[in-house]
Design a protein around this ligand. Structure first.
Ligand code: ARG
Length: 581
């Protein structure tokens, strides 16, 4: 990767020039404006104080030394010093065109690497609560989690996707009671979550007039926890049926897990966790309950066992982390969970540190904001704040279907259907992944499904257009295939629009790596959106197919490399491309 090569070069030059100082941490970044080259480095500004020189002076010294040594000479077209002491690097055309060859050769592997080799990342995502509909928070977690899964795998990590479903706890008492009294096995098997929701609602309604129900439900929970065989059987049935519904959504979204280890999987570890924490004097009894004191972290105590002896969500999370560290041998754990649980994870990480389970592995709460409707209020498709994902996906496909009818009425029905599905799902995913996950995102159907602007259809359409250009070129020149590129052909790429595209193409591998470092898939979205925009500028200003044949050929080759990168980027976000739209 070019950025790494440049960093190494700068380090070496600085070391040679200023022998008595330690090479400081410095940044090499992509300047916002293309006029400032491809990379801007702040090393001179970082060094100036220590060297008692002005940043400009240091920048000049470094630049001259790089030029004088003629190292990596072929890599740069220009190295320029800019106020107040930046060194800006512009990559040479030779490098840029070599990169095109590289893309055309590596294809779907372009951008991938081995930096994660032998490292294990556990990603905790989706995690709906059994018997309840997945809400929009779970949708975001599912989509962001799967994107991170793809990104880390692309970088050579061994990724373990774990769906930490909420399949244990007091809610089951109510459900079991309701099922025993009013349940219908057939109905549940037919539409599990819907029926279970009805049972809940009935339970709550009935308990308004019958105060005993709450107590009955508690007894059912107790029986379940004591492993009463009837209740265990019922519980297994409810979990299995709920998963049937969730799996439909996962299948539609093309989401996969390596493990589905719900909260119940850790039940037998919980007493040990609490006792262990007490023995280590990390936890103590407080008014009958057991808590971990987190004063040291300026946090309120972490409750791990209630006065009635029951364990909690938090206790389970401690056990889960232990399991992932010891059994799964994780080097890193990512928890893709809504912002609302930020405090929970702060306390969890602090507690794990106290318990001596924090040092070795990195843990990060990959948090995200809410989804707002067009009116700026919390999003919902029906009354209540749960959204029914099935509806949402259905709606997106319907909208997309209309868009396809408008755009391309001549396609066959099955083609239209396939396109509508790919575009609709792409729109939902891209809407989520193209916005910074930390902010609340909006659901604006017009924007999401527009063929212009920062949307999935725009990117998918750019891809499809390149595909049709390639075909046009082949037809025009009666070619079955385009002969492999010839290095020298690429010298024909000289126009500003072409150079700008190539300058962007070379950065894709870096974009992927940064997205992983920050666990921010939107950085890939941003990258491919810029790529598509640069491509469309190129396409609108220069003729491609109709240009003189040798020029047309390299432009087609370049277009193909744009398509490869678009596809790789979209696939990392879990979005499919279409050859035709
Ligand atoms: N089931 C939880 C919820 O819906 C999310 C679980 C997230 N993962 C975890 N390890 N706590 O809120």
């Amino acid at each position: 990767m070019i950025n790494k090569e440049i960093k190494i070069l700068i380090g070496k030059i600085v070391g040679d020039l200023y022998q008595n100082i330690k090479i400081p941490n410095f940044v090499l970044e992509w300047p916002k404006q293309k006029d400032f080259g491809d990379y801007a480095c702040n090393v001179a500004m970082v060094l100036a104080k220590e060297l008692k020189k002005s940043p400009m002076e240091v920048a000049n010294e470094i630049t001259e030394k790089i030029k004088a040594e003629k190292v990596n000479e072929e890599m740069f077209k220009n190295i320029v010093v800019a106020n107040p002491g930046f060194i800006n690097f512009e990559i040479s055309e030779k490098y840029l065109t070599e990169n095109l060859e590289h893309i055309l050769k590596r294809k779907c592997k372009f951008g991938s690497s081995e930096i994660g080799k032998r490292k294990i990342v556990v990603i905790d995502y989706s995690a709906p609560n059994i018997a309840k509909p997945m809400h929009v928070g779970h949708l975001r977690s599912t989509i962001i989690g799967q994107a991170l899964y793809n990104i880390y795998s692309f970088l050579g990590y061994k990724v373990i996707g774990d769906n930490h479903i909420g399949d244990w706890g007091t809610q089951f008492g109510k459900l079991i009671y309701a099922y025993k009294n009013w349940g219908d096995k057939k109905k549940i098997s037919k539409s599990p979550i819907e029926e279970m929701t009805k049972l809940y609602i009935k339970f709550h309604k009935e308990s308004e007039s019958n105060k005993d129900l709450e107590e009955f439900a508690r007894q059912e929970t107790k029986r379940l926890q004591d492993k009463d065989s009837e209740n265990i059987k019922l519980w297994k049935f409810l979990v299995k049926e709920s998963l049937k519904d969730y799996n439909k959504i996962y299948k539609t979204l093309n989401v996969k897990f390596d493990l589905v280890l719900g909260e119940s999987a850790y039940d037998n570890m919980l007493a040990g966790i609490v006792n262990g924490a007490m023995d280590k004097k990390i936890a103590s009894k407080s008014e009958g309950a057991v808590v971990i004191n987190l004063d040291k972290y300026n946090l309120t105590p972490f409750l791990i066992q209630k006065t009635d002896g029951a364990f909690l969500y938090m206790t389970t999370d401690i056990a889960t982390a232990k399991y992932r560290e010891e059994k799964l041998k994780a080097n890193k754990i990512l928890y893709v969970v809504a912002n609302e649980q930020a405090l929970h994870f702060q306390k969890l990480f602090a507690s794990l540190e106290l318990l001596g389970m924090g040092e070795k592995i990195k843990k990060e709460h990959v948090k995200f904001g809410m989804v707002l409707g067009e009116n700026g209020k919390k999003f919902s498709t029906r009354k209540g704040d749960t959204i029914y994902l099935v509806d949402l996906i259905h709606r997106a496909t319907e909208f997309a279907q209309k868009a396809v009818e408008d755009k391309n009425p001549k396609l066959s029905r099955s083609e239209k259907k396939k396109i509508a599905k790919t575009v609709g799902l792409g729109a939902i995913k891209y809407n989520d992944l193209s916005q910074n996950r930390l902010t609340d995102i909006t659901f604006d159907w017009d924007k999401m499904l527009s063929f212009e602007g920062n949307s999935a259809p725009y990117l998918q359409y750019t891809y499809a257009r390149i595909n049709s250009l390639v075909n046009k070129f082949k037809n025009l020149h009666k070619l079955d295939r385009i002969n492999p590129f010839d290095k020298n052909d690429f010298d024909l790429l000289k126009e500003k629009e072409e150079i700008n595209l190539m300058r962007h193409l070379i950065k894709f591998p870096e974009a992927v790596e940064i997205a992983a470092n920050e666990n921010c898939p939107h950085l890939i979205a941003l990258y491919i959106y810029d790529l598509a925009s640069l491509y469309n500028t190129f396409y609108n200003s220069l003729s491609v197919v109709k240009a003189e044949k040798s020029v047309a050929k390299v432009r087609i080759e370049m277009s193909k490399s744009v398509a490869i990168v678009l596809k790789n980027g979209l696939n990392l976000l879990g979005i499919d491309v279409l050859d035709k739209m």
